[in-house]
Write a protein that binds this ligand. Structure first.
Ligand code: IMP
Length: 173
């Protein structure tokens, strides 16, 4: 039988996301921020983060899918695009986890050409040891080792997204 071992519990998530939100608001001052959640994994982090940031925050969502053909190349595609222009906006991409970096490197390139005033990234989790493509990530919740994690929005074949903690999926146990 498979189990999920807690890696980051609900209290630690709450505390860190609160601090991250305050850091982001301080960084932007009173400027309006357009937070763009990357579906589906970011939806729980996004909900907590935008409340922690406070002030003038607008919410938008992007759907992406990624295919990994070989070990070194990955193809990312937008499956659900933004409904409104981001021209001249302070855009903050909100992601669940940075793994190979392919998704965020693609999103940075794709959104940059739409003319935002600024473009930055906030991620709940970062697995730097897995990086295949370098990507600047300005706001990181937790740096974690090379583990497959689920919960708090992250899934395994669509399951486990609703766990209130981040856990390590352990198929052996
Ligand atoms: P990338 O490899 O940085 O492009 O990450 C793409 C996506 O892979 C992330 O947004 C997640 O949806 C998914 N992903 C990467 N690592 C994990 C994990 O440990 N658990 C669940 N999903 C993951």
């Amino acid at each position: 039988m498979s189990t999920v071992r807690i890696l980051i519990d609900a209290a630690a998530l709450h505390e860190r996301i609160g601090a991250l939100g305050r850091e982001i608001r301080t960084f932007y001052g009173d400027e309006p921020i357009v937070c763009i959640g990357v579906l589906k994994g970011s939806f729980i982090f996004m909900a907590d983060l935008v409340r922690a940031i406070g002030g003038d925050v607008r919410c938008a969502f992007l759907g992406v899918s990624s295919y990994e053909g070989t070990q070194s190349t990955g193809e990312v595609r937008i499956t659900h695009d933004l409904a409104a222009s981001i021209r001249d906006a302070h855009v903050l991409i909100v992601e669940d986890i940075v793994d190979t970096g392919l998704t965020l490197a693609y999103l940075r390139r794709t959104l940059a050409v739409r003319g935002p005033a600024t473009l930055r990234i906030a991620t709940l989790l970062d697995k730097p040891s897995r990086r295949k493509q370098p990507v600047d990530v300005e706001f990181v919740g937790f740096t974690i080792p090379d583990l497959f994690v689920v919960g708090f929005g992250l899934d395994l074949d669509e399951a486990y997204r609703n766990l209130p903690f981040v856990g390590v999926f352990d198929p052996e146990s």
